[in-house]
Design a protein around this ligand. Structure first.
Ligand code: DAH
Length: 314
């Protein structure tokens, strides 16, 4: 390029464009080669500078608490019957825990529950630690239109403590509201649930009972037998009470703004800890909440194996 100045005009006409195109060609080649070299350098860095961010799975530590496991199993079984999961607060007001559920103020049925009350507010109203999961029935019916088909797992509280009672325990509540729901649906739903849950044929019976929020009401028992220290569900000649249930009381429907001439439904409530004890053979309910690592590693479940109906619940 530098010699162009000494050339004749004729020569410049030929050499000028020739040199220019040579220059462009070289620049393109350099650019291509540069891209190739940079790409190779990046690949080499990626290959040599890897960092494994994953931890190896420690299948030997950490377990699912039996209560967690049983709640998962219940959710799986009821999901198969078309139930969704609903939740509500542990600290409830009197309306949701009692009044709307057809426990009028001052009614003796309120004393059935040994309620934990919080300090009264300036109006003298006391919030409670919910004594059952039934208040979530009210919350759901007031916020959702039927058809409703939910289960409500959660913590519940009563002032009680012995081998089969703890101040905090767990319930699963069920609620179905539709236009043609009847007691036959209630029985079929619960019978199917019990056999799926205990993974064997379970014989059940329904006894008349009283709950303020259902009419008629029943308690359901399962057939069992005690062999040594072991309880065997589904055989024998003894009956064990497992849950409360019934057809939702017309007053409860009205309290939630539903017309009892148009809608009916059933509800049930059962103790999760009690079912866990029965299924997995834990003798004392209080151990469940003692937080003893040895107990947890003995009775706990692998967090890697999820309950499902296809390959088995537990
Ligand atoms: N709430 C009752 C209890 O804790 C259990 C129960 C009984 C729930 C009957 C229901 C029901 O939904 O229909 O004692």
């Amino acid at each position: 390029m530098r010699t162009l100045g000494q050339m004749s005009v004729e020569q410049k006409k030929v050499m000028g464009p020739a040199l220019n195109s040579l220059k462009n060609e070289l620049a393109a080649l350099v650019e291509t080669r540069k891209t190739v070299l940079e790409g190779a350098a990046l690949n080499a860095a990626l290959a040599s500078e890897t960092l494994d961010m994953s931890l190896p799975v420690r299948a030997d530590t950490g377990t699912l608490h039996p209560v967690m496991q049983v709640m998962e199993e219940m959710a799986v079984i009821f999901a198969d019957q078309g139930f969704a999961v609903a939740e509500g607060p542990d600290i409830e007001d009197d309306f949701h825990n009692f009044t709307a559920l057809n426990f009028p103020p001052g009614h003796p049925a309120r004393d059935m529950h040994d309620t934990f009350f919080l300090k009264p507010d300036e109006n003298g109203d006391k919030m409670v630690l919910r004594t059952h999961t039934s208040p979530v029935q009210i919350r759901t019916m007031m916020s959702q239109k039927p058809p409703i088909r939910i289960i409500i797992p959660g913590r519940t509280y009563r002032c009680d403590s012995d081998q089969t009672h703890t101040p905090m325990f767990h319930q699963v509540e069920g609620l179905v509201i539709d236009k043609a729901t009847h007691m036959g649906h209630l029985k079929g739903c619960l019978m199917d649930f019990m056999s799926a849950f205990f993974e064997t044929d379970v014989d059940v019976r329904f006894r008349p009972h009283h709950f303020p929020f259902t009419e008629p009401s029943a308690e359901m028992d399962v057939r069992y037998e005690r062999v040594g220290d072991e309880i065997r569900i589904g055989q024998g000649d003894k009956w064990m009470e497992i849950l409360g249930c019934g057809m939702v009381h017309p007053n409860v429907l009205k309290n939630c703004g539903l017309d009892p001439d148009e809608y009916q439904g059933f509800a049930f409530g059962m103790g999760v800890d009690r079912l866990a004890m029965l299924k997995y053979g834990m003798p004392d309910l209080r151990d469940m909440f003692a937080g003893d690592g040895r107990w947890l590693s003995h009775y706990g479940f692998s967090p890697l194996l999820q309950a499902n109906l296809a390959t088995g619940l537990s």
